[in-house]
Design a protein around this ligand. Structure first.
Ligand SMILES: [Mg+2]
Length: 271
């Protein structure tokens, strides 16, 4: 064999060795990841083993924020205020957000300051296209396997929650929907709202867990002894979300966080 052929053969053997090592590394890394995921799933299953009351926010929690459904509602709220007060979009947007931050919901502010009838507002802002929402059979399967009772607790309307939950294919899994009207238009995170919800679902001393995208709503839940799970998204609007995004650690009132509700629930119930 010539020197050149020898060099080529040696290089080729070296490349094959490197490839085998890389494959072995990849396999080891994949095995480690699987073990980590299994350990995390086991830990979550233990942590939620005695939970019998499961509370889900709707918007940007039960459905992912990426589908931009809430963004449609948000824009319709601006449109409602534009018409109501004869403002341009930017001015209406400012009024909307000021009311939201001050009163907890835009609706609560419009009722208090402008005497708006809640039904008219709800019908208008929830008149949206549900096409971006797709059925989520894996989410449905995970919710089905949670032991205990399950509720949607929303600052929106029951009709909106029903439509969206039906489109996701999870509506039948829930024992009830507690909406803003059921709470006499007092929104989360006000204590009266949580008290009314707990009376409605007869929560009592039941071990409960709550899933939410808004940190301040979880702070109120935590104060009642409810286990809290933050469902993170890129839809950051409220000051409490901005504060959390800038924080280096989770506040003590958030016990868990996830950016994928289906995956989190699947880890609790097992495959
Ligand atoms: Mg929400």
């Amino acid at each position: 064999m010539s020197d050149k052929s020898l060099i080529r053969a040696s290089a080729s053997a070296h490349t094959a060795d490197l490839q085998r090592l890389t494959e072995a590394d990849n396999a080891a890394a994949a095995a480690a990841t699987l073990m980590e995921a299994a350990a995390e799933a086991a830990q979550l299953a233990r942590a939620f083993a005695d939970t019998r009351l499961w509370i889900f926010d709707l918007d940007n929690t039960l459905y992912p924020a990426e589908c931009n459904l809430f963004a449609q509602i948000d824009q319709r709220m601006s449109g409602f205020i534009q018409k109501l007060l004869g403002l341009d979009h930017a001015a209406a947007r400012k009024v909307q957000k000021d009311l939201y931050y001050h009163y907890g919901t835009t609706l609560a502010g419009l009722m208090a300051e402008y005497g708006v009838k809640p039904e008219a507002f709800m019908d208008y802002v929830h008149d949206i296209d549900l096409a971006p929402v797709s059925p989520m059979p894996e989410l449905d399967a995970a919710i089905a396997r949670l032991e205990g009772r399950k509720f949607i607790f929303t600052n929106g309307s029951a009709r909106h929650a029903e439509r969206v939950a039906a489109k996701l294919g999870v509506l039948e899994r829930f024992d009830g929907i507690f909406d803003i009207a059921a709470g006499d238009y007092v929104p989360k995170p006000k204590p009266e709202s949580f008290s009314a919800f707990m009376r409605y679902c007869e929560g009592g001393d039941c071990k409960a867990a709550m899933f939410e995208d808004l940190p301040h709503n979880l702070e109120a839940a935590h104060a009642l002894g409810i286990k809290t799970v933050l469902v993170r998204s890129d839809y950051i609007d409220h000051p409490s979300q901005h504060a959390l995004a800038a924080a280096t650690a989770l506040p003590p009132y958030i016990h868990y966080e996830t950016d994928d509700l289906t995956r989190f629930l699947t880890r609790i119930v097992g495959k």
